[in-house]
Structures are given as C-alpha cells and as structure tokens.
Design a protein around this ligand. Structure first.
Ligand SMILES: NC(=O)c1ccc[n+]([C@@H]2O[C@H](COP(=O)([O-])OP(=O)(O)OC[C@H]3O[C@@H](n4cnc5c(N)ncnc54)[C@H](O)[C@@H]3O)[C@@H](O)[C@H]2O)c1
Length: 393
C-alpha cells in the first residue's frame, strides 16, 4: 500500500459489528457529515487536525455483522437516534455494504482467509479511500492472549466461537490495514503486534473511554494534582443496551471491569483503600432495560484533606453510550490514517486519551499526560508527512 498521502481522497472505516449500537450510530453520523456536517463535526476532537489529510467529511463505512437486517432497521432497533436524525438519508445508509460474518463453525484459518478476501472486495469498491479496521464486536469471555508467540499459534489455538475478534484482527494485519480496538477484548497481544510491525501498520486500543471512566480520569487527575487523598470510590453503571445485557455474563464483564478499575490506582500512585488493607475502588455494571442506550452512571467519591478530614463528592452522569462512542471512532480512524501515512507501526500508547486500557508498556496515565501525548503525536504526524513525496496538500 502506498503511503503517499495525496493519493487518498477519503477514509474507509471497516467495522466488525457494523450493525451494533455504535456501528449504526456511526453510519448515521457519516451520512450526516456528508449532508449536514454541523450535526457531527463540532463534536470531533480531530476537527481541524491534519489539514494535509483528506477532508473530515470524506468518510465511508463498510464492514461485517451476524445480524442480517438493514442498517436503518438496526438504527431503529437500537433506539439511539430519533428518525428525524437519519430518515432523509435512509436509502444512502442502507446502501452501506455490511457483509456476513464468517460462519461461526469455520476454522480460524478459514475465517482469516475470508476476512482478507472481504477486505480486498470492500477496498476495491473504494479505490481512493484509506482503510482503517475498527473492532466493534461484543465483549468476549476471558482469554489469555500472551501464551501465543506467533500468528500461527493464534490460528492454531484460538477458538473463533469464543474470540471471533482475532480472525478480523489477523485479517486486517495480513491485508496491511491499521487497527482500532474499541472493545475490551485483548486482540493487541504480542503475536498480533509482531505481525502488525512486519506489515507496518499501527494498532490502537483497548476499550473506548466514553463516559464514566473519562470523567474518572479527569477527576482523579485533579485530585492527584491537588494532593487530595482518595479514600474510596464507588462507581455504578446502569444501562439497557445489548452491550449492557452482554456484560451481565461475569466472564464477559471481567475484562471491562478490570479496565475500569485499575486505572485509578495508576493515576493516583497509591492503592485506593490502603488504610483498610483492601481495595476501596468498586465498579459495578448492571443491565437495566428501561435505560436502553441512555446509560446512567453514579460515583460516590470519598476523599481526605489536611488532618485527615473527610469530604465527599457525588457524580451522576446521564449519558448516551453510542452518542459518546461514535465520534470517538471517527476521531480514532482519522488518527490512524495520519499515523499510517506518517509511517508509524505497532502499538500506539500515545492515544491513551481515547481508551480505558491504553495499549503498550507505559501509556500516559493522568489526563494532562494524555493531552500532552496527543499534542506530541500530532506534531510527529505532521512532521513526517511533510517529508513524504508530494509534500503537504
Ligand atoms: N458504547 C460505549 O460507550 C463503549 C465504550 C467502550 C467500549 N465499548 C465496546 O464496544 C463494543 C461495541 O459496542 P456496541 O454497544 O455497539 O455493542 P452491540 O452489542 O450493540 O454491537 C455488537 C455488534 O456485533 C455484531 N456481532 C456479533 N458477533 C459478530 C461476529 N462474529 N462478526 C460480526 N459481527 C458480530 C452483533 O450482531 C452486533 O450488531 C463492545 O465490545 C463494547 O463493550 C462500547
């Protein structure tokens, strides 16, 4: 794949799980970017970034799903957006190509082959688009990815019924396409990253940081800066979408809960609950159907000032899961396009701002560090691209 940036006129997001709550909201957002950009553009963190890249509005979507209904049926079913937000573009939205997922009973090798074939088919339909793969599959059960030393081990040992994400991730790597892992599923394992480096593609993830955890990082970073001592932090989430239902399975929730929990101690630099000799940072997720995608999060934060005097703070977020997630997917895809064109390969911990569990050994931890890293990364992309053949657009 050439890295001359001016040979690409647009972005192509290839999403696994394209008809899910996030994928279908993304479909409506991409259509809005074309026809009514003010509905989406001002909410993007990449708005105005990478002016040498194709325009922000030039985005296409394609992908895979096991659900066979139309994209507009998916939008209706998830109930994230009112019809007034997308109905005038319904035909265009339904023309988005969503291919069937590989058969669940096919071997991992056969699934990877199919994904590579599908990627070639989809990218051929958008010859002037730079493709980026985005993983939007449901949270999967516990897997231990670090036992796989090479891609061949993944193909041989991973059961695609338990961990279908890996077939898509390997397919993307073999097709030379940058990867964003928005799920808590550990596709960014050693074996995959080795292959990504060989294929010269960047890999970002894991687990999009959209609502409660985003505010947790901001607040915890502020407490750390003021040296207020956090004594305990209780977090509850209620949500009624398919993700929430899926997370009622304790095994499937375990990765997500670990991602939501461990970052607090990392930011503060001490274990919350140390005076009790046990963890006093608790995170719960509860499926609550009436809420749908309009998730609610409660935080009770206990903290101490001088003389150990106790204080307390309550945070109640009435958020919307997919409304917060879809623009982040657009942002991440644009980042990956810029990183790919500037020659970045392997893990990208500097995108920690966007993730609950940023990849890599020493990702930025506090909010300030995460913002600083983005600035440095943006500059690095801009500098590299400047020297590519063709120069700036
Ligand atoms: N919404 C958020 O704020 C947020 C934040 C962080 C992480 N996430 C993660 O993002 C992911 C997607 O979230 P969502 O709310 O869109 O979930 P969802 O359940 O609505 O969508 C998942 C989609 O994947 C499809 N699917 C299942 N197995 C498949 C397969 N083998 N191949 C292709 N498609 C398949 C399903 O049919 C469904 O359409 C989840 O892992 C979630 O935990 C979401």
């Amino acid at each position: 794949m050439t890295r001359e940036h001016n040979s690409y006129k647009s972005l192509l997001i290839l999403a696994a799980g394209a008809r899910g709550a996030i994928g279908s909201t993304l479909a409506a957002s991409i259509s809005a970017l074309r026809h009514d950009p003010e509905k989406v553009l001002p909410y993007l963190t990449t708005a105005g970034k990478f002016p040498w890249l194709f325009p922000q509005e030039a985005v296409n979507l394609a992908g895979w799903d096991i659900a066979a209904h139309s994209m507009t049926s998916a939008i209706r079913e998830h109930g994230v957006l009112p019809a007034s937000a997308w109905a005038s573009s319904a035909d265009e939205i339904d023309r988005i190509q969503v291919l069937p997922a590989p058969p669940a009973n096919a071997s991992m090798a056969a699934q990877v082959d199919q994904i590579v074939h599908d990627i070639r088919t989809l990218t051929a339909c958008f010859p002037e688009s730079l493709p980026v793969f985005v993983n939007l599959l449901p949270a999967c059960g516990a897997v231990s990815p670090d036992v796989w030393q090479a891609a061949a081990d993944i193909v041989r040992h991973v059961n695609p019924v338990v961990f279908p994400d890996m077939a898509y991730a390997l397919g993307a790597v073999f097709a030379g396409i940058p990867i964003v892992n928005f799920t808590p599923n550990p596709i960014d394992c050693k074996a995959l990253v080795q292959e990504a480096v060989k294929s010269s593609i960047p890999v970002a993830g894991r687990d999009g940081k959209t609502g409660q955890t985003f505010f947790k990082v901001v607040l915890a970073s502020a407490f750390k800066a003021r040296n207020l001592q956090v004594d305990g932090w209780y977090s509850l989430n209620i949500l009624g979408n398919a993700d929430g239902k899926n997370l009622m399975d304790p095994e499937r929730a375990s990765g997500k809960l670990a991602n939501k929990t461990r970052l607090l101690d990392d930011i503060l630099g001490y274990p919350v609950g140390r005076r009790y000799g046990e963890a006093a940072h608790k995170v719960h997720i509860d499926y609550y159907p009436p809420r749908g995608d309009a998730k609610e999060a409660w935080d009770v934060i206990d903290l101490n000032g001088i003389f150990d005097m106790p204080m307390s703070l309550r945070v109640n977020l009435q958020g919307r899961d997919s409304i917060l997630a879809a623009p982040l997917v657009l942002d991440l895809a644009r980042w990956m396009a810029a990183l790919f064109l500037s020659g970045r390969k392997g893990l990208v911990p500097e995108l920690g701002f966007y993730f609950k569990k940023p990849v890599g050994d020493s990702p930025p931890v506090t909010f300030q560090e995460q913002l600083n890293c983005l600035q440095v990364l943006e500059q690095a992309c801009n500098d590299h691209v400047h020297y590519l053949p063709g120069g700036r657009l």
